[in-house]
Design a protein around this ligand. Structure first.
Ligand code: 13P
Length: 250
């Protein structure tokens, strides 16, 4: 099976108003020459405008979460159907800030993944251990459990991406050693193959957590790393494109 096309995705989290759309336009202009897939996941309020303003480019737009239901009495939530209508092609699901801050279980994440598939959104499913779990030697067990619980069987044969984001590396400037990233990515790949057979070789496995222009090239050069999920450094086109420049080309 051919290796997955690398994906570098920016997660703007709860950052960005209309003033920030210039950054997205600059990234969109560079997307054709990037040699990898590029995506930006802005807050829900910007998905439609960002999609419109970057239409015709190779930049893909995504949401940061979706509800499992298509519609209903769920105040504050956004459905997969709504994201698609706004122009999204991807959606981040199971981010640790949702798991920890909004009580999302593996089963909740799996239901959201099913919702994304229902409308043809490509899910980026996030997993990762806390600092305590790593210190207790449980990182591989936790990540493997999250993969098994958050990925429904119907993902088989569908386009999806997994992102390994150690909770303790997010927004802290800390990153795991290259050996530790490799070890976890190996475990994720083995679990995907166990769950989906040969098709488990297809999804890209991204690394996320304090990816910056200064460390991206060495992380992205790891054979097991199929791209990056970038938080803070995706808010400025210059930083994001410096990360992209360090990626091996597909
Ligand atoms: P930072 O790159 O800001 O550490 O955030 C990573 C992240 O959570 C991306 O989803």
């Amino acid at each position: 099976m051919t290796p997955p096309t690398p994906l570098i995705a920016g997660n703007w989290k709860m950052n960005g108003t209309g003033q920030a759309l210039g950054e997205a336009r600059a990234i969109a202009e560079a997307a054709t020459a990037a040699g990898v897939r590029l995506a930006l996941c802005p807050p829900a309020t910007l998905v439609e405008r960002m999609s419109r303003e970057t239409a015709g480019s190779k930049l893909e737009i995504g949401g940061q979460d979706c509800h499992s239901e298509a519609a209903g009495a769920f105040t504050g939530d956004v459905s997969a159907e709504m994201l698609v209508e706004a122009g999204a092609r991807l959606v981040i699901l199971g981010h640790s800030e949702r798991r920890a801050g909004h009580g999302e279980s593996d089963a909740t994440v799996a239901a959201k993944v099913s919702a994304a598939l229902r409308v043809g959104l490509e899910p980026i499913i996030c997993v990762g251990e806390t600092r305590a779990e790593r210190e207790e030697g449980r990182a591989l067990a936790v990540v493997t459990r999250q993969i098994r619980g958050s990925l429904p069987a119907e993902l088989s044969g569908k386009a999806f991406t997994v992102a390994y984001e150690p909770v303790w590396a997010i927004g802290t400037g800390l990153t795991p050693t290259l050996e530790d990233i490799t070890e976890v990515h190996h475990a994720i790949r083995a679990t995907l193959k166990d769950m989906f057979g040969a098709e488990g070789a297809a999804p890209a496995i991204l690394y996320g957590g304090s990816v910056k222009p200064g460390n991206a090239a060495e992380i992205l050069a790891l054979p097991e790393v199929g791209g990056a999920l970038v938080g803070g450094a995706s808010l400025k086109a210059a930083d994001f494109l410096a990360i992209v420049a360090g990626a091996p080309k597909a």
